[in-house]
Design a protein around this ligand. Structure first.
Ligand code: GUN
Ligand code: FE
Length: 428
C-alpha cells in the first residue's frame, strides 16, 4: 500500500454505527486512504507510524450531515406563509415562487445562497427537488459539482393539478427528464440526477409510468412525497380509488423501491403502506419541522424503526424553515415525545443517538457507504470546536448532546466530503 494517499486524523471521534448508541473513540484515529476510511482505532496502527497525523486535539470529529429532502427553489420562501396548511401553502407561496426558475439569473442567485447555507450547516449530502425547469436543474447540478458537496438533484415532474405556468406537457416532461439523466448520470460520482415526480396529485398515470421506465433504464434513484397531510391523502384516494394505499400508486408505476427510493413525510402511512415500504426498502425522509409548520402531523418514526423501515431526516425547505440538521434532530426528538404522549406510552420517543443516526448513517445509506466512520465508508466529516458551549470536563457523549441542542454552524471548523476538505463554495 502506498503511503502517499494515506491521511490520519486524530480527535474525539463520534458516530453511530447503530442507532442505539454513540460509538466514541476519545483521542482516537481515523485512517483515510484516498476518499475512504481504511480503519478507525484508539491507537495508531504500527504500519502507519511514519505518517504525519493531523491532530485535532480535543475537538470532535463527526460524520457530515445528510438531508434527504429539500426544495432548492423554495429557499427564498423560508419562514413565509407557515400559518397555512399544505395545499393552500403550495398554491399561495410555493407555486408562484417555483414559476420564477425559468430565469437562470434568478435561479443562480438563489442556488448560490442555498449551497452556501448547506455548506455552512455541515450538510455534506442532500436530496434536492428543483422545479420543472430543465435548464435550471442542469445549472443546479453543475453548481453542486463545482461545490464539492454531494447531492441528488431532481427536475420536478408535474402535468396535472398545478398552476398553468407549472403544468408540463407529459411527453415534454419525460423528454426533458431523460435528457438530464443521459447527460448527468455518469458525470460525477457524488452529484447525480434523481427521478422526481412531485407527488401523485400532480402526475398523471402516463407520466408516472414513463418516469418509472426512465428510472429503470438509467438505474436512477427516485424521490417524492408520501402521505404527508390528511387533505392530500384524501385527494389521492379520490384520484385513485383503485389503489389500496397512496404508496401502491407509486409502486404500480415502478416508483416505490424498484430503484432506491426516498419518500418525504409518511406521516399518515397505515400498516399496509408501512409493510410495502419495508418490503421494497423504501426510505422515509422524516421532516419534523415541516410536519409541524404545515399542520401535517407527527410521523410514527418509532413504528418505522420497529418494523425495520429505513429512516432519514429532511429539512424540507421551505415547508421546514431551516437547513440546520442540528435543529432537525432536536425537532425529531421533540416530535417523538409528543407522539409518545399521544400513543399513551406505546411508541417510545427517540434518543439523541437515534436522532443523530437519522441525520448521518440513516440518510447516508441512500448515497452508499456514507454517514458513518466504518471501513470502506466515504470519509465525509465535520470538525467541531465546542469550547464556546460550556466547560469541556463533561463526557464526550454529553458534549455531542450539548452540541446537537445548543450548537450551530459557528462550531463547525472544517467540512470533508470523500476525503477532500471543502471550502466555502464560491461561484462567479
Ligand atoms: N407536496 C407536494 N409538493 C410539496 C412541496 O413542495 N412541499 C411539501 N412539503 N409537500 C409537497
Ligand atoms: Fe417537500
Amino acid at each position: 500500500m502506498s503511503n502517499q494517499s494515506i491521511k490520519i486524523f486524530k480527535g474525539n471521534i463520534v458516530f453511530t454505527k447503530t442507532k442505539n448508541e454513540f460509538t466514541i473513540l476519545e483521542n482516537g484515529y481515523i485512517v483515510i486512504k484516498d476518499d475512504k476510511i481504511e480503519e478507525v482505532s484508539s491507537s495508531i496502527p504500527e504500519k502507519y507510524k511514519d505518517i504525519n497525523v493531523i491532530d485535532h486535539g480535543n475537538k470532535l470529529i463527526i460524520p457530515g450531515f445528510v438531508d434527504t429532502h429539500l426544495h432548492a427553489p423554495q429557499f427564498p420562501n423560508r419562514g413565509l406563509g407557515l400559518d397555512k396548511e399544505l395545499l393552500p401553502w403550495l398554491e399561495t407561496y410555493t407555486f408562484p415562487e417555483e414559476a420564477k426558475y425559468s430565469d437562470l439569473n434568478y435561479a443562480k442567485k438563489v442556488y448560490k445562497r442555498l449551497i452556501s447555507e448547506l455548506w455552512k450547516n455541515g450538510v455534506t449530502r442532500s436530496c434536492i427537488f428543483n422545479t420543472i425547469h430543465k435548464e435550471s436543474t442542469k445549472l443546479l447540478l453543475d453548481m453542486f459539482i463545482k461545490s464539492g458537496l454531494g447531492a441528488f438533484v431532481g427536475k420536478v415532474n408535474m402535468d396535472r393539478n398545478s398552476s398553468s405556468d407549472l403544468t408540463e406537457n407529459t411527453q415534454q416532461s419525460l423528454k426533458d427528464t431523460e435528457e438530464i439523466l443521459r447527460e448527468y448520470i455518469d458525470k460525477s460520482d457524488i452529484v447525480k440526477p434523481i427521478v422526481t415526480p412531485r407527488f401523485v396529485p400532480s402526475c398523471t398515470p402516463e407520466l408516472m409510468k414513463g418516469l418509472g421506465e426512465l428510472a429503470k433504464k438509467y438505474n436512477a434513484h427516485v424521490q417524492s412525497h408520501l402521505s404527508e397531510n390528511p387533505s392530500e391523502v384524501a385527494w389521492v384516494k379520490e384520484l385513485h380509488p383503485e389503489f389500496d394505499t397512496y404508496g401502491s400508486v407509486y409502486d404500480h408505476f415502478g416508483l416505490f423501491g424498484q430503484q432506491p427510493t426516498v419518500m418525504a413525510h409518511c406521516v399518515h402511512s397505515d400498516d399496509n403502506e408501512i409493510s410495502l415500504m419495508k418490503k421494497n426498502g423504501v426510505f422515509v425522509s422524516h421532516c419534523p419541522h415541516s410536519n409541524y409548520n404545515l399542520s401535517s402531523g407527527i410521523a410514527p418514526v418509532r413504528k418505522f424503526l420497529n418494523q425495520g423501515v429505513k429512516v432519514s431526516l429532511g429539512s424540507d425547505i421551505s415547508g421546514g424553515h431551516t437547513a440546520s440538521s442540528l435543529h432537525c434532530m432536536v425537532a425529531a426528538v421533540q416530535a417523538s415525545k409528543m407522539r409518545w404522549i399521544d400513543s399513551e406510552g406505546e411508541l417510545d420517543s427517540l434518543t439523541t443517538s437515534e436522532a443523530f443516526y437519522l441525520a448521518t448513517k440513516g440518510g447516508g445509506e441512500f448515497f452508499g457507504k456514507v454517514g458513518s466512520f466504518e471501513k470502506e465508508y466515504d470519509f465525509d466529516a465535520l470538525i467541531i470546536d465546542d469550547r464556546n458551549l460550556g466547560e469541556l470536563d463533561i463526557t464526550i457523549k454529553e458534549r455531542i448532546q450539548r452540541f446537537i441542542y445548543i450548537g450551530d454552524d459557528r462550531n463547525i471548523l472544517e467540512r470533508y466530503v470523500t476525503g477532500k476538505k471543502i471550502e466555502e463554495p464560491k461561484f462567479d
